[in-house]
Design a protein around this ligand. Structure first.
Ligand code: IPD
Ligand code: CA
Length: 262
């Protein structure tokens, strides 16, 4: 298999994220067309359409590359060898469904076991976050950098509750523990955008138990290339993650705060 240029992979990730995101934005009149509904989550017809749009753009250019995505199920193995694309067509689906502009399209590409390029595009607020493994992270073409806050008492922390009832008591215990130590927590509803907000310094950390590789792959690379740190706190890594993402300086203190509740 060819060794692809990271710049070319990023260009394609951006094209896929922009095209899928534009399709969702142009079809907001159909934001209530539901494919599956659970107590705390929703899958939309537009999720399915945007996934297909992104994948067809990628497959046309790189027919031999693979995909890792929600529709293939959570039991699929972590990638080992070769190129794999990881697409979350609408991250923040419930927000999109309710007309709240905090949602995005996330596209990452993994070479063997490392994410090498990623794009996160939030069409309604016009934010495009990008990075490759050998270049700094950018927002709309301008370099971004994490905050330099070191004291978690001053920190703003993004968190999430996951989508399953059985996980919620533990999630709220963690939120209480973190709330008592930081300035504020926020539950915004899009893991990928939350992590990108940490990358640009609009927050100092993010944690959620029960996110998946497609929520974090692109944004995690963007954060690392902006000077931050990411860590999956599960003991045996799978697609499902306990994902801590920080500006680096707050990392240890946040991990210590979370650890008793994991
Ligand atoms: C969800 C969002 C949300 C997070 C959930 C994710 P979806 O993704 O990222 O912020 O709390 O864990 O599943 O379902 O909107 O693609
Ligand atoms: Ca998602």
């Amino acid at each position: 298999m060819n060794q692809e240029s990271h710049a070319e992979l990023l260009r394609l990730a951006v094209e896929a994220a922009r095209t899928a995101g534009a399709h969702a934005l142009n079809n907001t009149a159909r934001r209530n067309d539901v494919v599956a509904l659970t107590a705390h989550d929703v899958k939309l017809q537009l999720d399915v359409e945007c996934q297909k749009i992104a994948e067809s753009i990628i497959s046309r250019r790189f027919p031999e590359h693979g995909f890792i995505g929600e529709e293939n199920g959570v039991a699929q193995p972590l990638p080992g060898k070769g190129y794999h694309w990881i697409v979350d067509p609408i991250d923040g689906t419930v927000n999109f469904n309710f007309g709240f502009s905090y949602w995005c399209c996330s596209v990452a590409v993994m070479h063997d076991t490392a994410v090498v390029a990623g794009a996160v595009f939030a069409p309604e607020i016009d934010e495009l976050y990008t990075a490759t493994v050998d270049e700094a992270a950018h927002l709309n073409g301008r370099p971004i950098r994490v905050s330099d806050r070191t004291d978690i008492a001053q920190a703003l922390m993004y968190m999430g509750t996951g989508g399953n009832n059985p996980d919620m008591p533990a999630a709220f215990k963690r939120m209480q523990a973190v709330s008592e130590r930081v300035r504020k927590i926020r539950i915004m509803g899009s893991a990928a955008l939350d992590i990108c907000r940490v990358a640009r310094g609009q927050g100092d950390g993010y944690f959620e138990d029960g996110v998946y590789l497609w929520d974090t792959a692109a944004a995690g690379l963007i954060l690392r290339q902006a000077g931050g740190r990411t860590e999956d706190l599960t003991t045996h890594p799978t697609l499902r993650q306990r994902y801590l993402a920080t500006n680096g300086h707050t990392h240890e203190a946040l991990r210590v705060t979370l650890q008793p509740y994991l």
